[in-house]
Each structure stands twice: as C-alpha cells, then as structure tokens.
Design a protein. Structure first.
Length: 220
C-alpha cells in the first residue's frame, strides 16, 4: 500500500532541495497479471476521484487502461500506439478511452497526483509529458528533482508541488483505484487493458489493437 508517509517524504525532499529518494521498483512491469473477466457494471464504476476519459461517452467500444507512470511499457504504449488510436478511433467517436491509476511505487503515485492537480483540462497532457520525459525522472539519479523540474514547466511552484503531494484525499483516491483494480479485477502488472470488458495485458501495438477493435466495431 502506498502511504501518505512515503508521499510526504517525497514532498519533503523536494521542498528541502534534496532528491536522493530511494524508490522501488522503478521499472513498472512485473509478472503477467492474472486479470479476470470482470462484471461490466463493476468495471464501469469510477474511483472516488472520478474517471479521466477521452472520446464520446456513447462510443461503441470502451478501452480502460490501468497504468503506472513509472512503467516503461506504459510509456511505450503512450508514445507509439495511443496517438494513432486517438486520431483514428477516439477522435472519430468510435472509442472511449479511460485511464486509471495503478501506481507500482510512490513516485508513480506522485506523477498521477500531479496530473490530477494540474486540472481536468490538463490531465492527459501532463500524463503525456511525464511518459514522454520518463527517463528524466522515473529512471534518474535524482527522481524527485526531475519530477519537480517537469512540474515547473506546467505551472507548479515549489509550494503547489508540495501541497499536491501531501494531499491526503488525493492520495487516498489514487490508492483506492489501485486497490480495487487488484482486488476486483486481478491486476498486478501494467499496462492492463479492458476492451469492452475483456482483459489484455502488455503494451499493445497499434496493429494488434486494430485486430481487436475491428470486429467489435463491425458488430456495433
């Protein structure tokens, strides 16, 4: 369980100008998930912070991704597959995409918290930035310093950075999504996708994703 103490340590190091924070594991991909086929109504329930989604609410296909901000495979999906998915399927009303938090370490939780704190209209752009620049913070020698530097680029001050990472309600909300995903749906690795309720694991390439989407869209 990710605790407030760990996030407080992150913020305290940043506020004091120190970044020698030990976080593990840094690479977010672990053993393959024993993801279960969930009840559709259970899967549709958002966490206490609400879902972050792109695309039409009534799109015929819904993709839910459980991701960790420090996961290299999640970053690969975000860089190589998601832009094509968005252009061809999300922006055209065929797919609704929901991103849910499944942080595998405190630093990943901090990344999601910053994306939430940035505001609803900036959530996905902040997530994209953190994935794109993942090497500068998630795998850096001074991860907190790297994360804070990126946060400054999107308008955070040292005070607002610290305030975000010490927000207990926000941390509890992120934790709740992770815990429910693990307990209800058997998730233990990232990324894990549910496409119209069916589980898929690993960073799907666009060609493989299209093979899944096309039959579903033909039935719509």
């Amino acid at each position: 369980m990710l605790t407030r103490r760990r996030l407080l340590e992150t913020a305290a190091y940043a506020a004091a100008g120190f970044a020698a924070l030990s976080l593990a594991p840094r690479f977010g991909f672990v053993a393959p998930a024993a993801a279960q086929e969930p009840d559709p109504q259970e899967l549709a329930v958002a966490g206490p912070l609400g879902d972050k989604a792109e695309g039409k609410a009534d799109a015929p296909v819904t993709i839910i991704e459980y991701a960790s901000m420090t996961c290299g495979h999640c970053a690969h999906f975000a860089a190589t597959t998601y832009p094509k998915l968005k252009e061809k399927y999300i922006d055209t009303g065929k797919v609704r995409f929901i991103l849910r938090e499944f942080p595998l370490d405190p630093l990943a939780a901090a990344g999601f918290m910053l994306a939430r704190c940035a505001g609803d209209d900036k959530f996905f752009s902040v997530v994209d930035l953190l994935f794109r620049e993942q090497a500068k913070w998630a795998y850096a020698d001074k991860p907190v310093e790297g994360l804070q530097n990126l946060a400054k680029q999107i308008g955070f001050t040292q005070d607002s950075f610290k305030a975000c990472l010490t927000n207990q309600e926000l941390l509890d909300g992120v934790n709740a999504v992770r815990q429910r995903g693990a307990e209800k749906f058997g998730i233990n690795s990232t990324p894990t996708f549910f496409i119209n309720g069916k589980a898929y694991r690993g960073a799907l390439e666009f060609a493989d994703l299209e093979k899944i989407l096309q039959p579903l869209l033909e039935k719509a």
